[in-house]
Every structure is written in structure tokens, then in C-alpha cells.
Design a protein around this ligand. Structure first.
Ligand code: SF4
Ligand code: SF4
Length: 438
């Protein structure tokens, strides 16, 4: 059988054996909980609580600050201690609501619902009221994504279960442990799009998930499972669309422009919880893994929990661990301070004994062309990195540097160890900022 895939990509060490078969541990937080008002793409949410207020688990504590924005909820009951800037896993300082957990977990009353009793508007409103965003990392508000201009033009709802980043297994666990809820989540999404079919998209290194999903959708005429070739970055939005439908988009297009909506499995689970159970997005599955942690495992974590606690709960860092990354090894953010909270988009903490990137000494390009052959965006990484290093914004833009999806394949494959992604990423952001100004 030929497996679905895209052009380009690499095959890094997978590392998933470390955690994939371990049951998910529910982690109960100990210290102060921190809720950044920006855990999504778009306008920050506005705090609607004040210092000294008592809040309940599941209570809205910050209201969406615009159309493209999302509410934020407390995942514990307790008292608001402060509203102040706090460091987040991606490295910036973000205004955050700090709550002292009283350990009671007293919850608000959730309004359950049946899909058959809900109108389209009510479904979208429940997703919006649940603060659901792209939990796979992008953080785009889901109620906006599920309300394109013309819903009748959407033909594919692609549920992204590729989980192509090495070491990560939280989506793997989600697909195995919550198969039924995912099918119900997809049913909710399909209720918004009369002409669409729903496809669970899973890489072939997860045969257990493929089997479980195939069994679960065998009597669902509008649902199917697509088996994708295991290759990084198969889970990138553009790559998954191309692999399953053969359709292509660029950075100035939306998946809806080619009749597609793509949502990560964790997002589909959050959709189910928000619409059927009335529960907001306030928990996350997080993988803590790598050869630098004593007891790699997956945790179910309440948002706001300090990541330092998860490192401790996984047995702590091994002596001499050199690197800790929020996210996967290919696209994650290096962490220098672990006092950062788990957010709606945190998927993993990767702890490595060695930091090969820091040790690699870049040498001159030998024009081998490998970076070009692996680039899923079909651009010229070596040339673009040179232009970026020279600060030639115009030439960089002309060569389509903004099409870079920052996947890291070029740096990974480069025998000269050039920091291609880093250079391209920085210049790409400058180009986008300058376009915005104009
Ligand atoms: S140029 Fe960008 S898209 Fe292409 S391989 Fe490098 S990081 Fe990935
Ligand atoms: S992979 Fe590295 S050495 Fe080869 S062409 Fe690209 S930048 Fe040059």
C-alpha cells in the first residue's frame, strides 16, 4: 500500500518508545497557578477578576479581547493573588492571572447538552464559550476556524493525529484512550459542514491508533482514517492537506481556501468537552520525555501548573542534563527557567542529556543541496539564510522566504551544521512585520 505524504521532510530519531505505552498520570498541582491572558493567536483576553477574588474551577477569569481571541478559565478553586506579567514557555512575558490553589477543586456547574438539540450557532457558541483553541501548538481560536465565510465549500475536516515531532506521545495517548470522544468531537464538527467528510490522519508508526480509530468509524459513513507515511513535518497543516487531498496552499492562503479545515486531535477532544459536557479548555496532556529525565511519562495537567512541578513529578532531571525544551526537538523553545505555566498549547517538555545544537560548529556551505531537497516549503534554505545573515530583506522576500514554515528540516540535514532555520526564522519575522506596517 502506498502511504500518503508530502514532498520533502526528514526522518529524525523518533524516541516515542520512552512514553507511548505508559498510562497517563493525572497530575495534581502544588504551587501557585499562573494563567497567561494570551494562550492563543489574536488579541489577549481581558481579566474579569481582581486581586482577592475567590474563583472556582471552570470559572472564566479572562474574557476574549476581540473576534480572534479566546476566554481563559481557572483550572482550580482558590484566590486571585495578583495580575502581573509572567514568563511563558515560549520565552516572552505575558500578563497573567496568578491564583492560589485552595486544593478544594470546587467547580462551577457545567451545562451539558445533546448535539441533536443544538443549532449550528449554539454549537459554535459553546466552542467559543469553552475557550477552545488549536491545542496542537498553533492556538488559533477554534470557533473562528469552524466558521469560514462559506461552510458549504468545506469538503474535508482533517483531524491531525500525525504527531510527527519526535518524543511526543500525548496525541498517541489521546487517540488510544479517548477514541470515542474523538469520534463524537468529529461528529460535532461535521454537523457544521453539510458537504464535508471527516478524516482522522495518523502516521503509520501508530498502528494501534489507526486500528482503534478504524474500528470506531466503521459504521460512520462520513468518517474515515488516512494512514500517512511517518516523516517529519507530516503534521504541518500544509503537508497534511497535501498528503490527504493533493491540494496546495501557501502562507497567504487558509486551508478553507482549498476546502479544508485542520484540527489537532487534542482540539477535537476539547470541542467534545465544550459542546457536550459544557466544560472549558483547562486541562492538557503533556509528554515529559527525553534521555535527560529520570521517569519519562505523559501527564494530564491543569493549565496554569508550573512546568517545574512536572519535571519533578517525572523524577527530576538526570545529573548533567544539558538541555530542556518546551515542545519537540524540531520546533520547540529552549527553556532556561522552568517557572513557566502549562498553557492550552503546551504539548511537551523534552529533557536531553546532550545539546548537540549548541556544540555544533557551523562551517562553510558545501553546496550539497540537501537543505533544498528536504524543504517542505520548496524554497532555497541555503540562499535564504545567506540573505538573512546579510540583512537583505528585499531579496529575501523576493525569494519567498516567508513561505518557510520554520520546521527545522534544513538545519537538521545540513552537514555543515549551518544555523539555517534560525537565520531564516528571524528574517521572516522582520519581513512579516514590515509587510504589516505597510
Ligand atoms: S527553509 Fe523553512 S520550511 Fe524549508 S526546511 Fe528550512 S525551516 Fe523548513
Ligand atoms: S545543506 Fe548545508 S551545506 Fe548543503 S547546501 Fe544546504 S546549507 Fe549548504
Amino acid at each position: 500500500m502506498s502511504l500518503l505524504t508530502f514532498r520533502g521532510g526528514v526522518h529524525p530519531f523518533e524516541g516515542k518508545e520512552l512514553t507511548k505505552d505508559k498510562p497517563v498520570t493525572k497530575y495534581m498541582p502544588k504551587g501557585l497557578m499562573v494563567y497567561p491572558v494570551s494562550q492563543h493567536i489574536g488579541a489577549p483576553a481581558n481579566p474579569i477578576v481582581a486581586k482577592g477574588d475567590r474563583v472556582l474551577r471552570g470559572q472564566k477569569i479572562a474574557e476574549a479581547g476581540g473576534f480572534v481571541s479566546a476566554h481563559v478559565f481557572s483550572s482550580v478553586s482558590g484566590t486571585v493573588k495578583a495580575i502581573e506579567p509572567h514568563l511563558v514557555p515560549t520565552g516572552g512575558m505575558v500578563n497573567s492571572i496568578v491564583i492560589e490553589n485552595d486544593g478544594q477543586y470546587e467547580e462551577v456547574k457545567y451545562q451539558k447538552a445533546k448535539l441533536s438539540n443544538l443549532s449550528r450557532e449554539e454549537v459554535l457558541n459553546r466552542i467559543k464559550e469553552g475557550g477552545v483553541v488549536g491545542m496542537g501548538g498553533a492556538g488559533f481560536p477554534t470557533h473562528v476556524k469552524l466558521a469560514p465565510k462559506d461552510p458549504s465549500k468545506i469538503e474535508y475536516l482533517l483531524v491531525n493525529g500525525a504527531e510527527c515531532e519526535p518524543y511526543l506521545t500525548s496525541d498517541y495517548r489521546r487517540m488510544l484512550d479517548n477514541t470515542k470522544e474523538l469520534v463524537e468531537g468529529l461528529r460535532i464538527m461535521l454537523s457544521l459542514f453539510d458537504n464535508a467528510k471527516g478524516v482522522f490522519c495518523v502516521e503509520n508508526n501508530k498502528p494501534e491508533c489507526i486500528a482503534a480509530l478504524e474500528e470506531a468509524v466503521k459504521n460512520e459513513p462520513r468518517m474515515s482514517v488516512a494512514t500517512l507515511l511517518t516523516k517529519y513535518p507530516q503534521g504541518g497543516e500544509r503537508n497534511i492537506i497535501y498528503a490527504v487531498t493533493g491540494r496546495e496552499i501557501n502562507s497567504s492562503m487558509l486551508p478553507a481556501d482549498v476546502g479544508c479545515v485542520v484540527d489537532n486531535v487534542d482540539t477535537v477532544h476539547a470541542i467534545y468537552d465544550a459542546v457536550i459536557n459544557g466544560k472549558p479548555a483547562m486541562t492538557k496532556l503533556i509528554t515529559v520525555s527525553g534521555d535527560g529525565i529520570n521517569n519519562p511519562q505523559n501527564f494530564e495537567v491543569m493549565t496554569g501548573t508550573p512546568l517545574s512541578e512536572l519535571i519533578e513529578a517525572a523524577g527530576g532531571l538526570k545529573e548533567g542534563a544539558e538541555k530542556v525544551v518546551a515542545g519537540g526537538p524540531m520546533m520547540g523553545f529552549p527553556m532556561f527557567n522552568f517557572d513557566v505555566p502549562a498553557t492550552k498549547t503546551t504539548s511537551s517538555i523534552l529533557c536531553l542529556l546532550e545539546d548537540p545544537v549548541a556544540k555544533a560548529v557551523p562551517t562553510a556551505c558545501i553546496n550539497c543541496g540537501r537543505c533544498v531537497s528536504v524543504c517542505p516549503s520548496h524554497i532555497l534554505p541555503a540562499r535564504l539564510a545567506t540573505l538573512a545573515d546579510r540583512g537583505d530583506l528585499e531579496a529575501f522576500d523576493k525569494l519567498n522566504g516567508v513561505e518557510c514554515c520554520e520546521c527545522g528540516c534544513c538545519s537538521y540535514i545540513c552537514p555543515a551544521k549551518r544555523h539555517l532555520t534560525q537565520s531564516i526564522k528571524s528574517m521572516r519575522r522582520l519581513v512579516l512585520a514590515s509587510r504589516k506596517k505597510k
